[in-house]
Design a protein around this ligand. Sequence first.
Ligand code: NAD
Length: 319
Amino acid sequence: MTKILANDGLAQPGIDALTSKGFKVVTEKVNQENLINAINSENYEVLLVRSATKVRKDLIDSCPQLKIIGRGGVGMDNIDVDYAKKKGIHVINTAEASSNSVAELVFAHLFSMVRFLFDSNRKMPLSGDSEFKSLKKSYAKGKELKGKTLGIIGFGRIGEEVVKKAIGLGMKVNVYDKYIKEKKVILKFFNDEEKVFKIKTEQLECVLKESDFITLHIPKTSNTAFINAEEIGLMKTGAGIINTSRGGLVDETALMFALDKQKIAYAGLDVFDNEPTPSIHICMHNAISLTPHIGAATLEAQSKIGTELADQITNIYNK
Ligand code: NAD
């Protein structure tokens, strides 16, 4: 029986789909330092990971019976993909499964930011009973999202979902993508009606200058940040920045400086430098809405990830 180690877990529908096809799925976590030994001694042919487990050259070289490395999710920065492929290993991921969940989290941060929920949820438990009136006053200048301009950097799968939701809320969208000039976006409604929008992308400078909020949906391909002090300098005073893509795309020092100077009013972060030990200054900043990398952490996304991985693995074994 072919054995699969899902080292960062796998949702039950994925386990069920694989088990029904005759695979044995083990979800007991093996520490990184014991992983090579475990794969060899248990004769695993498939290694499934999310973002925690690293699959580097040493592991690939030391585990010659590995046939498939699977990433439940999108980013493959924890896997030496090209090296694995060169060694004849199939490397698969689930590109689509989490797009809607990440896009919804963007709006969770946006709503949290414009109505100060992130701050209110910190302060109400401490002083809601004694300082009610002053807290109420400090959150009096909320804003509506309707009519505001959302700048979307990256018009791929998640960027497109964000565009749809922004349009649904009555926002203007201003999109930048290095490689895409125009895209047809189809909004589908509950009653099967559809509305097609042709969205042309803009220059980065224009998106930065004209947007009330900027949200990033691009991969991290270098060690330099995409949003630095210079890009922040171009943005509107009082704008917001959201990063649910990858830590390091926004320079955290430049962001905190801009927040302290009130050039940027607030930020929403799901991803951080040095995960899983982000900067305490970022975590304690009173103008940042924070989540611990939970973009794809919904029952729906995890279920889609599980079944997509199961389909791809069965296809490879049936070839
Ligand atoms: P995608 O590949 O579908 O889209 C990325 C888009 O960025 C593409 O359209 C591409 O043309 C564009 N792009 C690439 N480099 C660019 C650059 N330098 N400047 C401008 N545009 C550029 O990817 P996706 O599925 O939309 O995912 C986007 C990001 O979200 C990835 O970094 C992924 O790791 C991250 N992500 C995070 C979570 C989470 O849990 N927070 C979950 C899933 C994905």
